[in-house]
Each structure stands twice: as structure tokens, then as C-alpha cells.
Design a protein around this ligand. Structure first.
Ligand SMILES: *Cc1c(COP(=O)(O)O)cnc(C)c1O
Length: 382
């Protein structure tokens, strides 16, 4: 491919920080770079308690343990999401209740949530798709009314924000009881495989440390709060090596540059394709007034599956890689048998018609123009 779909951007400091981690002689979890990363997130976004994990999937699994998901508990989430959003809760015995997407956006349709709530509803997992905030006022007020937990799947939502009715701009990940971010190589800020659990409800702080350290109180021991540590709860090994944290910290130091670069690219795509939206050929991403744009991805929405397939092939002929995204989870091989033939037509629509275009730091201005020109040429003939 001449233009790949994604390309990891190295800021240049990753390897020297990894060397520093080696030289410190400690490369297990919670070393100097993990602490630097925790500090960065707390300072920059005001997150209260942050714990690096080996993936967003792990952070979600920790969240499921923390809220004590048990066999038969119900968890509401969009069907248009990555498998980990659901798997983390299925692993603990939850029944997943899938919700449709919005008409104007692949994210969860906030107005459809209330009809899915039952006495068994234990949590809802809003996914900030493409880094665009869900309407958190609506979701938090349902959570208060019916008393369930909100776990933000903020995998794609680093450096994105929500402004609610109170007019205060809040970082995504700071609103639910818990939130999970990803630093997988396909995200804005990366370390290969990595994640972050944000704990906004202090009831969970102590136990989160224990679950992350194999069910032991080792974190409190290292802080000198207790004189020996042992097995106190269930848990697993969710903390990443400091080598990964060193890589991540190099990226975090360049966060503003990375973000402004991505936002510029996003705006270029948007303005070059806007004429196609005006002539009603395709739809472009919608950013609601309450949401910021962290430029996680650029996608277009075609009118039907055929158009999307045609555009993928056309771009491929020019050695440009574009990809569709999620196959609805309620129709997946694994979960469809557990579903009572639920119809989620907006989810299915985005499964068929959403097309993601190449998006990465080093993508050139003229490459974006080449891509948008090809897409426009398709609609001249069709
Ligand atoms: C990437 C992603 C995940 C998984 O992140 P990992 O760090 O790879 O575990 C989960 N949910 C969503 C919405 C994602 O985009």
C-alpha cells in the first residue's frame, strides 16, 4: 500500500526513555515512568486516581470486577463497539443488553436507553465512538434515577471533552464512576498495547490497586502503609512493565503537537469532502454541540453497502487502504444465539455504511487531497 490505513508515529524520545527505564534497574510495573504517566494524567485532566494497565480491555475487566458483576446482572452498551466492551462483563457472567446507535452518529442512542433498564441493570457502558462524547448528562441522570454504574469506554477518547448543561467542559473519562482508555497502536497516543483505568468514585480506589496486583495489597506495602503484604481479594496481573510506560510517557510529552496535527488533518478531510455532503452523496461525521473533536479517526457514511464496497475497491486500486469498522455485536457469531432477534437498524446501518479513511500523524496534505479527489471522482460517475 502507498497509503496505509494507520502508521505509528514515533516522537523520537521513546527509545531513550526505555533506556532510562533499563538503567534504573527496575522494569516491572509501577516504576518511575508509570508514576510519571499517572502524574501526567492527573495534572492534565484532573483525573483523581489513575492506574496504567496492559490494555483498555484489562481496564474494562478491572471495572467489571470492581462493580461486582455477577451471573445474571445486566449491562447496557451499544452493539456498535469493539468486542472488549462486552467481553469484560461477559467474563464475569453478565447478560449484555445491546442498545441501538443514534441516527446521526454511531454512538449509543441515549434516548433508547431507558426502555432497556430492568431491576437487574447493574451498569451501562457508553462508548465515546471516534472520541466523540456521548450525551453524559442524559446517561448520568438515568444512572442516578435507577442507581446503576456508568463505565466510560473511553478507548478512543483521549483529550476529548464534554460540556453539559452546567456549562463546564469536562474531560471524557472523568464523568462516569470508572473509565477505560486505550494506548493500542491504532489510537492517538500509543505504547503498542496499553491502557488506563480512571477511578472517579473513591469507593473503588483501594480495591482497584489490589485487583491490579494479583489480589494482593502490594501497592500499599510499597508505600509503607503496611509491613507485609498478602492475598486479600481476587485479582490478576493488570499492570504494565515500566518499559511500556517509558514509551507512553514519550508520547504524552508530545500530546499537544500530536493532537493539533490530527485535528488539522481531520479539518482538511472535512472541508475537501463537504461538497459531497451538501449534494447529499455521503454524510460526514457529526460532532454534537456538547462534544469536542479529538480527531481520533476520519470516517464517511455512504448511502449503502454497495457504495462503500465500490469506494474501498477504488482506493485499493490506487494502493490506498480504507476500512470499515464494527460488525454489530448483537449479530456476532458468539452472541447472536443469546439474543432474541433484536432489531437494531441504526447499528446495522453503520456496520454497512461507515468507511474509515487513512488517518495518522505523517499522512501528507497532498495524500489527503488524493484520497478525497478519488472519492469525489466516484460520485461524478455514480
Ligand atoms: C481499541 C478499543 C478497545 C480495546 O482497547 P485495547 O487497548 O486494545 O484493549 C476497547 N473499546 C474500544 C471502543 C476500542 O476502540
Amino acid at each position: 500500500m502507498n497509503i496505509p490505513f494507520n502508521k505509528v508515529y514515533f516522537t523520537g524520545n521513546e527509545t531513550s526513555y526505555i533506556n532510562q527505564a533499563f538503567e534504573s534497574g527496575k522494569i516491572a510495573g509501577d516504576g518511575i515512568f508509570t508514576k510519571k504517566c499517572h502524574h501526567f494524567f492527573q495534572e492534565k485532566y484532573g483525573f483523581k486516581k489513575c492506574l496504567l494497565t496492559t490494555s483498555c480491555t484489562d481496564a474494562l475487566e478491572m471495572a467489571a470486577i470492581l462493580i461486582d458483576i455477577k451471573e445474571g446482572d445486566e449491562v447496557i452498551m451499544p452493539s456498535y463497539t469493539f468486542v472488549s466492551t462486552a467481553n469484560a462483563f461477559v467474563l464475569r457472567g453478565a447478560k449484555i443488553v445491546f442498545c441501538d446507535s443514534r441516527k446521526d452518529h454511531p454512538g449509543i442512542d441515549e434516548d433508547s436507553i431507558e426502555s432497556l433498564i430492568t431491576p437487574k441493570t447493574k451498569a451501562i457502558v457508553p462508548v465515546h465512538y471516534a472520541g466523540v462524547a456521548c450525551d453524559m448528562d442524559k446517561i448520568m441522570s438515568l444512572a442516578n434515577k435507577y442507581n446503576f454504574f456508568v463505565i466510560e469506554d473511553a478507548a478512543q477518547a483521549i483529550d476529548s471533552f464534554y460540556t453539559g448543561a452546567d456549562g463546564i467542559q469536562k474531560p471524557l473519562g472523568s464523568i462516569g464512576h470508572l473509565a477505560a482508555f486505550s494506548f493500542h497502536e491504532t489510537k492517538n497516543i500509543v505504547c503498542g498495547e496499553g491502557g488506563l483505568l480512571v477511578i472517579n468514585d473513591e469507593r473503588f480506589e483501594k480495591r482497584a490497586e489490589i485487583i491490579r496486583e494479583k489480589g494482593t495489597n502490594r501497592s500499599a506495602f510499597f508505600r509503607g502503609e503496611i509491613d507485609k503484604y498478602g492475598w486479600v481479594d481476587i485479582g490478576s496481573s493488570f499492570l504494565p512493565s515500566d518499559i511500556l510506560a517509558a514509551f507512553l510517557f514519550a508520547q504524552l510529552e508530545r500530546l499537544e503537537d500530536i493532537q493539533s496535527n490530527r485535528v488539522n488533518k481531520w479539518n482538511q478531510y472535512y472541508s475537501e469532502l463537504e461538497s459531497l455532503q451538501k449534494s447529499d452523496k455521503i454524510n460526514l461525521p457529526v460532532i454534537p454541540k456538547y462534544a469536542a473533536n479529538n480527531a481520533h479517526m476520519f470516517y464517511v457514511v455512504t448511502k449503502n453497502l454497495q457504495q462503500r464496497d465500490d469506494i474501498i475497491s477504488l482506493l485499493k486500486e490506487h494502493k490506498i487502504s480504507s476500512v470499515f469498522h464494527y460488525i454489530s455485536l448483537h449479530k456476532s457469531k458468539f452472541y447472536s444465539k443469546k439474543e432474541d432477534d433484536k432489531i437494531l437498524d441504526k447499528t446495522d446501518f453503520y456496520s454497512d455504511c461507515l468507511l474509515r479513511l487513512p488517518f495518522y500523524y505523517e499522512l501528507k496534505e497532498e495524500e489527503i487531497t488524493q484520497i478525497t479527489t478519488l472519492i469525489k471522482s466516484y460520485f461524478l460517475k455514480n
